[in-house]
Design a protein around this ligand. Structure first.
Ligand SMILES: [Zn+2]
Length: 806
């Protein structure tokens, strides 16, 4: 599932060319953004400074000696400044020390040092948090010299840099200037340091972990922002969100040329903490243009920056816009907003197969909450639209088919799909499952599905000549029919859905619709699944590359169960921080492994576990993929440079962690724990800490590390796959047998120490003895006297530890 609409950290785009910002009902936002984009450093506000210091989010800045120049005010606010060292003795420095050990380790991994102490000669700063006022106060109270001449020089050198940076943050800063609430404003600095090159510091109190440091780096395919560290300073409390958006009513009209015209209505409730001022920010697919907006029936200004260049740079799947409030909305008040938007977010893949490109942001999203959706679609009558929620209406009016879906329980996101579908419906245990298939295969897949046949020789073999055969690729004359597996697929999805509901209780919605998407992935929305069109084909009809054993399991078994499992893990239970997102993917993936084990046996599960170890040990820059970072780094592990560590770590190591917990607690307690997770955290976010406590509660008594703190420290918050070797020696005869076990660990740091079970079996019916041993840098020796000789001594049987056995 690709949730995560709200980027955890900034993605700093370099100099973005601005051609045509989208502005409706131009007003204050248009004026502010235009002024920001023409910002100039102000020579009249240039000072020779000495011993100026300030702190943002625990990052301390010292402008020891040098020049500081502010930008000309915009709407009365100075929102940018440049520090420049000019004379040989001029210097400035900053000190950044993440409070948590894990983040100091992250910083050390990126920069070679756990505490950043960087001297710099140049820094450009943007701020909407009152920094200018604070600096001016220090300047006015200190020994400073006005330096307009130096100001002219710095202004000519650096004004353009400041404008480029402002452009990168234009939506955010425009919104902040309109809101005029410094307590929720941001601070950004980009510095050129001697020790660490160019890097950025961001402090954004709207984020639960407001401080980020990192650098923009080139990946070959584009630029990406590499995060060195991200944390919350000590004693930081995130200000409460000022408003929530509820009760979505969406009216969408799809034309034959695939343009989607949408009217989205929703209710804004302002919290009790204070009035809502300035603007509300919405995420929306870049291909969707806002055509009108109103609040309580009054037209409202919309500001959105032109996004073409930003999208070319990549990774920008959202382009936020501001809905400017004509006047502040009072605390506790409720308002109706209406946003009209239009665009091509559905692509034609050929043969009337459609690709919904904007799946999470086809309607304006503001801080997703569990809420109700009422969605009406008007589409050409030969197309069928499926969407999140119960279908409460379907009728044909002239050339158009009108379909209405309403959610019976709160959900955070709504999806839709469209096509010339053939569908099969299955009712099971109170749940309705509908599986839709395209009537034809998209050309991309049809040609790839070329079958390979063995062509016998054209003439009878002559005596003494071995019969030879050729392997020839034959383009599929009649491409495979994506409907052939439809009934079997519907039965299998219904069976899996029902089984999960039996284990963990009701899913958020009692209807589940599965629908095809041309591509090689799946996605699980509340009540709606997108399944790769490959899933619809019989194994023999899939493209050759998708018939390897691993790919066969992926498309045949894993993909659909993973997405079904997201009904519970991701849609019913959710997460609030990128740090906890691993849990949803790990649980969805492990559920798919469980179902595979149920259908194909333990061997199939073991193969998934082993395949995961192989992926995690694949080398990347000479280091195993797994060492890129811990599970709790979430999307910070993503990289455009293959192999992407995020994929293996979050999905495969994550599933391994769940598997180790299962082996530790036993199958019964494990399934009960998952049911408790679903019931206790229904429609609520769960954190990694919550999950640790829950797993500890369901762990058997008497095991080491009963609170699972050590387990989570190493497996979830840390990295490392140990190499383990168990040597045994048996001496003596019954009834006095001496067993000596020596457990040796290598391939991990000195600090790596985890508990692993050793199972000692005896012939006949006697119960095995299980000894838990904590690994460490030195060999661990365990001696015991037994009444009879063991028949077998095994380290961590059944994949009870993620390790390489030697
Ligand atoms: Zn997923």
């Amino acid at each position: 599932m690709k949730l995560g609409l709200v980027p955890a950290t900034c993605l700093l785009a370099p100099a973005t060319l601005l051609s045509s910002d989208q502005i409706l009902n131009p007003g204050r936002a248009a004026r502010v953004s235009a002024a920001l984009q023409q910002a100039q450093l102000d020579p009249e506000a240039c000072f020779r400074v000495r011993d100026l210091s300030f702190e943002r989010g625990g990052v301390r800045f010292y402008l020891t000696d040098g020049f500081l120049i502010f930008a000309r005010p915009v709407e009365g606010n100075r929102i940018a400044a440049v520090y420049s060292a000019v004379d040989p003795g001029d210097d400035a420095e900053l000190i950044l020390r993440p409070p948590a050990r894990s983040e100091r380790a992250a910083l050390a991994q990126a920069t070679g040092t756990p505490i950043l102490n960087a001297h710099f000669g140049l820094a450009a700063m943007l701020f909407t948090d009152g920094t200018a006022v604070e600096l001016m106060r220090q300047i006015e109270g200190g020994i400073v010299k006005h330096a307009p001449e130096q100001g002219l020089l710095i202004s000519s050198q650096s004004s353009e840099t400041v404008r480029n940076l402002l452009t990168s943050f234009i939506t955010r800063i425009t919104g902040d200037v309109l809101a005029a609430q410094p307590e929720s404003g941001m601070f950004f600095a980009t510095v050129s340091s001697r020790e660490n090159g160019n890097f950025d510091i961001l402090f954004d109190p709207a984020s639960s972990e407001p401080v980020s440091a990192g650098t923009v780096s080139s990946t070959g395919t584009g630029l990406e922002f590499r995060i060195w560290t991200n944390f919350a300073p000590r004693n930081f409390t995130q200000p409460a969100a000022r408003a929530r958006l509820d009760d979505y009513r969406i009216d969408a009209a799809l034309s034959p040329d695939l343009n989607l015209d949408v009217v989205t209505r929703a209710t804004v409730t302002v919290g009790r903490a204070g009035a809502l001022r300035g603007a509300m920010t919405f995420e929306l697919a870049p291909d969707m243009l806002v055509t009108a907006a109103s609040i309580d029936g009054r037209p409202a200004e919309v500001f959105r920056r032109e996004s073409l260049r930003a999208n070319l740079i990549g990774r920008r799947h959202n382009e936020p816009f501001l809905l400017v409030l004509p006047q502040p909305l009072e605390a506790g008040s409720r308002h109706e907003i209406e946003i009209r938007h239009s665009g091509k977010v559905i692509r034609e893949a050929g043969n009337d197969v459609f690709f919904v490109a904007a799946r999470t942001n086809w309607y304006p999203v503001h801080d997703p909450q569990f809420t109700k959706f009422d969605i009406t679609f008007k589409a050409p009558r030969n197309w069928q639209v499926v969407a999140t929620g119960e279908q409460v209406q379907e009728r044909v009016e002239g050339d158009m088919r009108i379909t209405r879906h309403v959610t019976q329980a709160p959900v955070r996101l709504a999806g839709f799909n469209v096509g010339e579908f053939t569908s099969v419906r299955v009712a099971r245990g109170g749940y309705k499952v509908e599986v839709c298939a395209n009537r034809a295969l998209e050309p991309g897949l049809a040609s790839r599905a070329a079958t390979y046949v063995i062509v016998p020789p054209a003439w009878p073999s002559r005596l003494g000549m071995r019969q030879t055969a050729q392997l020839v690729a034959v383009p599929a004359v009649s491409p495979p029919d994506p409907r052939t597996r439809l009934s079997a697929l519907a039965q299998s999805i219904a069976t899996d859905f029902e089984w999960m509901a039996q284990q963990w209780g009701p899913p958020p919605l009692s209807t589940l619709t599965a629908s095809p998407i041309p591509g090689f992935f799946g996605q699980g929305f509340p009540g709606l699944l997108y399944l790769s069109t490959v899933v619809y084909l019989d194994e023999a009809d899939r493209p050759a590359a998708m018939r390897t054993p691993a790919q066969s399991v992926f498309y045949g078994e894993i993909l659909s169960t993973h997405e079904i499992a997201h009904q519970w893990w991701g849609n019913l239970v959710t997460t609030a921080s990128y740090r906890d997102d691993w849990l949803m993917e790990a649980l969805a993936n492990y559920t798919a492994w469980l179902v595979l084990e149920k259908k194909k046996g333990t061997r199939a599960l073991e193969e998934m576990l082993q395949q995961a170890v192989a992926h995690l040990r694949t080398e990347r820059d000479g280091e195993p993929v797994e060492s890129a970072g811990p599970l709790t780094w979430g999307t910070r592990l993503q990289s455009a440079v293959a192999p992407d560590p995020w994929r293996s770590i979050i999905y495969e190591k994550g599933a391994w962690v769940i598997h180790m917990l299962r082996r530790r607690m036993g199958d019964d307690a494990f399934m009960k724990m998952l049911a408790a997770l679903a019931s206790r955290y229904s429609f609520r976010p769960v954190t990694t800490e919550n999950f640790r406590e829950l797993a500890a509660e369901f762990s058997p008594r008497g095991l080491p590390d009963p609170r699972l703190e050590n387990f989570f420290d190493h497996w979830v918050h840390g990295t490392g796959i140990p190499h383990l070797n168990l040597a045994t020696s048996v001496r003596g005869k019954a009834p006095a047998v001496d067993l000596k076990l020596t457990l040796t660990q290598s391939g991990v740091t000195e600090e790596f120490a985890v508990d692993v079970p050793v199972e000692i079996r005896f012939g006949g019916r006697s119960k095995p003895i299980v000894k838990w041993v904590r690994t460490g840098p030195d060999p661990v020796v365990l001696s015991m006297r037994l009444r009879s000789a063991p028949s077998r001594v095994e380290l961590a049987p059944g994949g009870a530890v993620l390790a390489v056995r030697r």
